[in-house]
Structure formats: C-alpha cells, structure tokens
Design a protein around this ligand. Structure first.
Ligand SMILES: Nc1ncnc2c1ncn2[C@@H]1O[C@H](COP(=O)(O)OP(=O)(O)OP(=O)(O)O)[C@@H](O)[C@H]1O
Ligand SMILES: Nc1ccn([C@@H]2O[C@H](COP(=O)(O)O)[C@@H](O)[C@H]2O)c(=O)n1
Length: 233
C-alpha cells in the first residue's frame, strides 16, 4: 500500500497492456482503478443503442449528457453501468470497438467524461491508477506518477489475437486474423492520435515503458517500482 494517496496515470496505444498492468498494480498497492476506455465505450454503446448517428458529431454532442455512466473502481472487480444496466460485456464487442473513436473525438463527450474521471479520482482516498489515452496530458496533469506504455504493433496484435482465441500470445502465432487485428489496432491508434481534442499522446514528464520484450509480471514490477520511488522522494 502506498504511504500517501498517489495518483498514477497510465496512457498508451491500444493493446499495450494498460488495463492488465493498471488493475494488477492497483490491487497490489491497495489503490482504486479506473478504466477510462470503458467509459468511452459505455457512452458509445448507449449512442448505438439509442440510434444516434455516431458519424454526426452534432447529434453525438446533443445526446452526450443523456446517459448516466457509473464506474466501479475495485481493481479486483471493476464495473461499468449505463443507466443502471451492466454493459461490461457488450462494450467489448466489435460494433462498439469500431465506433468508439468517432464518439470519443467529439469535444462535448470528452468534456463530460473528463469531469466524471476527475471527480472519481478526487474521491479515491487510498490513491488510484487511472488508465487511458489522455490522462497524463489532460485529465490529471498533476498526477504523481505518469507512465506511457508502448509495444510493437506485431506484439500487440499477437497478444490481442491470443486473448480472443485463447492461445498463448507470441508474434509467432501469425496468421490472417493477427494481420487483421493489427490493422484494426493501428486504425484506432491513428484516429485517437489524430483527433483535435485531447489526442492520445505521451505527457512530457511521463516515463515510457516499452513492453514488447517484457512479461506482464515484469511490467507490473516496473510500474510498482516507479510508484515506490516517487513515494520516497
Ligand atoms: N507484457 C505482456 N506480456 C504478454 N501479454 C500481455 C502483456 N501485457 C498485456 N498482455 C496481454 O495483452 C492483451 C492486451 O492487454 P490489455 O487489455 O491490458 O491492453 P490495453 O492497453 O488495456 O488495451 P486497450 O487499450 O485496447 O484496452 C491482454 O490479453 C493481456 O493479457
Ligand atoms: N482516456 C481515453 C481512453 C479511451 N479513449 C477512447 O476509448 C477507446 C477505447 O479505449 P480502450 O482502452 O478500451 O481500448 C479508445 O480507442 C479511444 O477512442 C479515449 O479517447 N481517451
């Protein structure tokens, strides 16, 4: 457990290990955990469900304040609901994944979700690990520890394909599904990095950790060490 409440921001492109690492670090250190991607997925799920044209930014902006999104921050059992409905499973589906970058690029959506994220972080008495794309740059620019995770596109695609198919994640797993997964990851990264409002970016004072050659346990250890070092300063 961290000696004083600590705010940790973990950002990075898709599939670099942000969720796995953040959950494990938070659980190990007795901190809360916030998956901000789940919040953008949840509002996207609601837009699709409500029949909002997600390719019309004005329609998305006009509807953005309607759903109530609630995140549970226990790292051992994170939850996400929209208007009281558990959406943890449907927000991981292809339809939401394919639509989320368009919805998250709408400034009104970002303003609302950013306010929600800041209020959750402010209430986390024992510290919190917040993961996403713009946490260190925009949401929590005063975070005590900022980390930017990266990994090669090949490694990320192999890990993601393995997760989906239940196989071990190595680049050697190969195959057309891995190629398609890699293309989809890169498309999402390009959209998230290229948007005008609060794009995916490394904060100037973030520590970059390339996880391509590291096991998940090694990444967790590395992040725990960075947090402990910060606590000693
Ligand atoms: N260092 C690692 N070594 C091997 N596999 C890993 C490592 N880190 C994460 N993984 C695996 O890679 C997959 C993607 O990880 P994770 O979901 O944590 O990434 P993410 O950055 O949160 O992705 P997204 O941004 O798309 O939500 C998961 O199956 C996870 O178990
Ligand atoms: N801080 C953030 C976090 C996420 N997004 C958007 O949500 C999408 C889904 O994120 P996952 O981590 O669940 O893959 C992501 O592609 C971004 O469009 C964001 O904008 N800001």
């Amino acid at each position: 457990m961290a000696a004083t409440p600590v705010v940790v921001a973990i950002d990075g492109p898709s599939g670099t290990g942000k969720s796995s690492t953040s959950k494990a670090v938070a659980a190990r250190m007795g901190m809360r955990y916030l998956d901000t991607g789940a919040q953008y997925r949840a509002i996207t799920w609601w837009m699709l469900h409500a029949g909002v044209d997600i390719d019309d930014p004005r329609a998305v902006a006009a509807a953005a304040g309607k759903p109530s999104i609630v995140s549970g921050t226990d790292p051992l059992a994170p939850t996400i609901t929209v208007d009281g409905t558990d959406v943890a499973a449907p927000i991981r589906g292809e339809r939401v994944t394919g639509a989320v970058s368009a919805v998250s690029a709408v400034p009104e959506v970002r303003t609302l979700i950013t306010e929600l994220q800041r209020s959750i972080a402010a209430q986390a008495d024992g510290g919190i690990v917040v993961e996403g794309r713009d946490i260190g740059t925009t949401v929590l620019p005063d975070a005590d520890v900022k980390i930017f995770l990266t990994a090669s596109p090949e490694v990320r695609a192999a890990r993601r394909s393995a997760e989906v198919s239940g196989r071990a994640g190595t680049p050697a797993a190969g195959g057309t599904d891995v190629a398609a997964t890699q293309a989809a990851l890169l498309r999402r990264d390009a959209a998230d990095s290229g948007r005008k409002t609060s794009p995916l970016a490394k904060a100037g004072d973030a520590t970059e950790v390339d996880t391509s050659e590291l096991t998940l346990e090694q990444v967790i250890e590395c992040v725990v060490t960075l947090i402990e070092e910060r606590g000693r300063r």
